[in-house]
Design a protein around this ligand. Structure first.
Ligand SMILES: [Cu+2]
Length: 520
């Protein structure tokens, strides 16, 4: 069953609610985000000149009856991001974004990550239901080859050690629904600069339920990794690290402790790219992989085509939701369908950022290049697994409150949870495996997108009222602007062990806005 025109309009109106809230968090130079704008010294290109790149899909190195085996090498490489200039990226397989991993729900994969970078790394599969030893805990580091010249926060010494010391096999059972995940660096104290240099990629889980739907497929199922960066005169990434070697003192210059906001918008690693489309429906898996920048996405001209959201962080929604604009915080994913049949051949549709100013008010452009027979549709019902089952019998066994605020740590202003900066040895919560809890999350005096590892949750309420339309579905990250609060219902399924939850403003995370929970 397709959505009728009337449905579109009704859904579109519902989406309008997000507009009412969207602009509420503006703060100075951060363009609606918590952070400080870092101006590029390089000349920035004209928008909509370069084609949208799509990251290559990684082939498994081998497979056996139960498992697919992948290999990745984290290394530096020179790429052309700004026309005519070279940028050194730190990438998975030397590319940014990293290669896309496509997996099947319920089929185990093992990804061996080799570290050829000059710094320690830890790789986290964001949105993955992963055993603790493969979750990319911030101090579970893969040491670099030149460890003799650096000091790890966990005191790893690897002098004289061979190959395997510099790699780690991450085991992902993937006992979870189809969803758009992403993997990125999670090194203690240095996640911000290491993701900024390029350590991020998509991981898309597929399953039978998703594939049976008539949603756009193949070349019309496109991941869009949106992130902002700033560039030095020579084209290298600019980032205000206290120690740019990332081998000594962590942290950023004081002016940037609220977050680093770039002035160049990249999609799949290209500045303000353009994608030629046919006048049909496309599925876009939108990820905000920025350190600190939040976006309010809109299509211009909007005509009759809003974003039709079909999935969120944790996979398909129960039914599609139309949005005129989408407020997307760091690490959130919105799986949307855009119907270009509402436009004519030759039309150009710009993906705008309503929170941006000047160049950052643009994200990318779609150019309708041809007519084509439509072979996809958005059904009125998407997934039976989108609702929270078992709420009545297990709901909210316990409520915990977590306040995300500034804290003082040995005389320095940092970020913390319930007044405490991150401490590996402290446990903020010990939920029981299989239990369901209500976590009451409050953000001040800044925007904090809150991410829980291992689990997915439902947003029950926001500021004492109803959740936003963009809170729908299974979430692993909830966007809180300054002063906002949300109650989320969390089912602690999967594995026993120690995990973290943290703010996904990566500068806040690096400055200790993180805590442990242990599933017991
Ligand atoms: Cu934060």
């Amino acid at each position: 069953m397709k959505i009728s025109r009337g449905e579109f309009l009704r859904l579109g109106l519902a989406g309008g609610v997000t507009l009412a809230f969207g602009g509420s968090a503006c703060s100075g130079s951060g363009e609606g985000s918590t952070g400080t704008l870092l101006p590029s010294k390089a000349k920035l290109p004209e928008p909509f000149k370069v084609p949208l790149p799509v990251p290559p899909v990684l082939e498994p190195a081998r497979a056996d009856a139960g498992t697919d085996y992948y290999e990745m090498t984290q290394k530096a490489a020179r790429v052309e991001i700004l026309p005519g200039l070279h940028t050194e990226v730190w990438g998975y397989n030397g590319i940014f974004p990293g290669p896309t991993v496509e997996s099947r729900s319920g089929r185990k994969i093992i990804v061996r990550q080799r570290n050829e970078l000059p710094v320690p790394v830890s790789t986290h599969l964001h949105g993955g239901r992963t055993p603790p030893e493969s979750d990319g805990y911030p101090t579970d580091l893969i040491p670099p080859k030149n460890m003799t010249h650096s000091h790890s926060t966990t005191g790893h010494t690897s002098v004289g050690m061979e190959g395997s010391r510099h790699s780690k096999a991450y085991v992902y059972p993937l006992e979870q629904r189809a969803a758009t995940l992403w993997y990125h660096d999670h090194r203690m104290d240095f996640t911000g600069p290491q993701v900024w240099r390029g350590l991020a990629g998509f991981h898309i889980i597929r399953d039978d339920e998703d594939e049976a739907l008539p949603l756009p497929k193949g070349e019309k199922d496109v991941p869009l990794m949106i992130c902002d960066r700033s560039f030095d005169e020579d084209g290298s990434f600019l980032y205000p690290s206290l120690d740019p070697s990332l081998q000594g003192k962590p942290g950023v210059e004081d002016d940037y402790m609220d977050g680093v906001i770039g002035d160049t918008i990249l999609v799949n690693g290209a500045p303000w790219p353009v994608l030629e489309v046919s006048a049909t429906k496309y599925r876009f898996r939108i990820l905000n992989a920025s350190n600190a920048r939040r976006y309010e996405l809109a299509l211009e001209p909007a005509n009759h085509a809003p974003f039709v959201q079909v999935g969120s962080d944790g996979g398909l929604l129960g039914a599609p939701i139309g949005h005129r604009t989408i407020r997307i915080a760091q690490a959130e994913r919105f799986d949307v369908v855009v119907d270009f049949s509402k436009y004519s051949v030759g039309d150009e549709i710009t993906l705008k950022n309503r929170m941006g100013q000047g160049k950052t008010a643009n994200v990318m452009r779609f150019r309708v290049a041809s007519k084509e027979k439509e072979d996809s549709a958005v059904p009125g019902k998407l997934s039976a697994m989108a609702e929270f089952h078992g709420l009545a019998d297990s709901g909210g066994s316990r409520t915990r409150e977590f306040r995300f605020t500034r804290v003082a740590d040995s005389g320095r202003t940092m970020w913390g949870i319930n007044g405490e900066p991150f401490d590996q040895g402290r446990m903020a919560a010990r939920p029981e495996l299989g239990s369901t809890e209500i976590w009451h999350l409050r953000a001040a005096p800044a925007a904090h997108p809150i991410h829980l590892h291992l689990v997915h949750f439902k947003v029950l309420s926001r500021n004492g009222g109803k959740p936003l339309p963009t809170d729908a579905g299974w979430k692993d990250t909830v966007d809180l602007t300054s002063g906002e609060e949300a109650r989320v219902l969390v089912r602690f399924d999967g594995y026993r062990g120690r995990y973290v939850f943290h703010c996904h403003n990566l500068e806040h995370e690096d400055m200790m806005m993180m805590a442990n929970f242990e599933v017991v």
